[in-house]
Design a protein around this ligand. Structure first.
Ligand code: SF4
Length: 234
């Protein structure tokens, strides 16, 4: 049996993987379009159970009608339901947006707060959404543990935890804080493009040599290449 990996070796291996992912995906970023923190908060809430592409398509109409929290809090429910309709779960999503906007108006003068402890108190906003907003709209480093991030962190052997908050802390300890936001983008891009939940493209993976889960998907380069997606979620 191989000796267990020391904490130092684990950190080195993790950072090597991150460096290679950064080179592989130089365009990695938040795939949701937004112009300001309010827009990012809203589109992140809307992106649950749908694709970023669909949310991006709805965005211009949504923010032309409701450019800020005050306007959205005063929205006519049926009109708002009609706009978010293409995203599915339109009643629940409309309810979330109305509550969220009303809370921002009531407690934050219509502005999105820039602190984790305030963001997680907003209705319908969990730690994942809060970290997306902090990292991308406020430049406050944050680790976004979505389904891709959690799966890859476990495949890489960075943690065995399944609870997102524990994953966040375990992975955060391996990297300097300033790298957290881009690390999140790199893992999510890799998860969307190559390291799929089912059939990861191991034979076409740039970090295969440092990945203990190599072989979870096809290792034949030709078969693996066919599994690579050039875009994120369609
Ligand atoms: S080797 Fe396979 S399991 Fe490991 S990161 Fe690459 S695609 Fe994912």
């Amino acid at each position: 049996m191989p000796a267990p990996e020391s904490p130092l070796a684990l950190t080195r291996r993790a950072r090597r993987i991150e460096r290679v992912l950064a080179e592989t995906y130089p365009d990695a970023r938040c795939e949701l379009d937004f112009d300001d923190p309010f827009q990012l908060l809203v589109v992140t809430v809307l992106s649950a159970q749908t694709t970023d592409k669909r949310v991006n398509a709805v965005r211009p109409t949504l923010f032309a009608a409701y450019p800020d929290a005050r306007a959205m809090a005063a929205a006519d429910r049926e009109t708002l339901e009609g706009i978010v309709g293409p995203l599915g779960f339109f009643r629940a999503k409309t309810e979330s947006l109305l509550k969220l906007s009303a809370h921002l108006v009531e407690h934050h003068d219509g502005q999105v707060p820039g602190r984790l402890e305030d963001l997680v108190k907003l209705p319908g906003v969990g730690r994942k959404t809060a970290n997306v907003v902090l990292g991308n709209a406020f430049d406050v480093p944050g680790i976004t543990v979505d389904t891709h991030f959690g799966r890859l962190a476990r495949r890489f052997g960075w943690t065995e935890e399944t609870d997102p908050v524990k994953v966040e802390h375990a992975v955060g300890a391996l990297f300097p804080k300033r790298d957290w936001t881009m690390l999140s983008h790199h893992l999510i891009w890799h998860g969307r493009r190559r390291c799929h939940a089912q059939k990861p493209a191991c034979g076409a993976c740039p970090v295969a040599r440092w990945c203990p889960a190599y072989g979870a998907g096809p290792t034949d380069p030709v078969a693996a290449e066919k599994l690579v997606r050039t875009e994120g979620r369609a």
